[in-house]
Design a protein around this ligand. Structure first.
Ligand code: CA
Length: 225
């Protein structure tokens, strides 16, 4: 489960990230509204925790833009504002839940669980595919024709990121954030190791899809003719 945190208070954002990571969630953090919206639109998250007062674009506007783009990503709004009018405005702009700062960690985690259970996420639970490959969420299996292999969680997340980007190149930094989370200690070398695991599995599957290394840039998928 991936959670996007859009919060300009750096320490609070980091604390939230750690709290959620300890529960096993993968997190990414953005400190302003514009890049938050950009990231939310990527479709790789299951939930967004969104502050209201943000530089570049406020949380209400961000949320409105997200919903205008027909993006159903569940949103938990987090704010110092406790006015009824603001709460109503937040819910009207399409927030799924509203939590007022300061809040207890347990309360936040309960809201997160609730919203994730409720689903309606921006990600589809459908199989994602590229070339002759398909990746099935619930079972963590990657298949090609009649053959299939089981992936570890990291391998799965990495493969999913690659498939969703397809021929578009992803840098190691982007993969680190998407797969290992924003403040993980993982390094480029971890990405390389997991890419090699996936390549071995693709060979085992006899897939025509290859993970191409674009020197100094990153990785992308391609279908071998
Ligand atoms: Ca703020």
């Amino acid at each position: 489960m991936r959670i996007l945190i859009v919060e300009d208070e750096v320490r609070l954002a980091a604390t939230l990230g750690e709290l959620l990571q300890r529960q096993g969630y993968t997190t990414a953090i953005r400190h302003d509204g514009l890049s938050g919206l950009d990231e939310a639109l990527s479709g790789i998250y299951d939930l967004m925790i969104l502050d209201v007062m943000l530089p570049e674009m406020d949380g209400f506007t961000l949320l409105q833009r997200l919903r205008e783009a027909d993006n159903p990503l569940p949103v938990l709004m987090l704010t110092a504002k406790s006015d009824l009018a603001d709460r109503v405005r937040g819910l009207d702009s399409g927030a799924d839940y509203y939590l007022t700062k300061p809040f207890a960690s347990q309360e936040l985690l309960a809201c997160v669980r609730l919203l994730l259970r409720r689903g309606g996420s921006g990600r589809t639970d459908d199989t994602v595919s590229f070339g002759d490959l398909s990746l099935t969420p619930g079972t963590f299996s990657l298949s090609c024709g009649q053959r299939s292999v089981h992936l570890s969680r990291r391998e799965y997340d990495l493969m999913e990121a690659l498939i969703r980007s397809g021929a578009q190149i992803l840098s190691k930094e982007q993969l680190l954030v998407r797969v290992w989370g924003y403040d993980s200690d993982a390094e480029d070398n971890n990405v390389e190791v997991y890419i090699s695991f996936l390549r071995r599995k693709l060979t085992h599957l006899h897939s025509r899809v290859k993970i191409r290394t674009v020197r100094m840039v990153g990785y992308c998928l391609e279908v071998e003719e």
